[in-house]
Ligand binder design. Sequence first.
Ligand code: MN
Length: 129
Amino acid sequence: MPKVAVVEDNELNLKLFRDLLLTEALEVVDTMDGTKAYDLINNERPDLILMDIQLQGMSGLDVIRQVKADDQLKDIPIIAVTAFAMKDDEAKIMESGCDAYISKPISILSFMERVRFYLGIKEEQRMIC
Ligand code: MN
């Protein structure tokens, strides 16, 4: 079962992401604390990371840089999730090394399309729950 790590400090968003991922029969590990994200990712070795940018304590961009600087972890795809999408921010987000980013409020269809794309799940292999 593919595993997705979710780093998100907003309880409602975290619940939404968890529910969507569980509907796809994916395993979910999560933290709301940016300072715990690196250890979570290092311990769990997820197949995909969803990373909120605006976190308490530590920017999601710094977590992304940390993960992408680690040879053991750098190949894990990261989708950044952000509430702001100004042109400057967009460049900063992509420079951090993430593979893609989506803005909140998310479109559920395109969110799931991204997730399936990075996990290599084809439509016909989807599990119906
Ligand atoms: Mn946040």
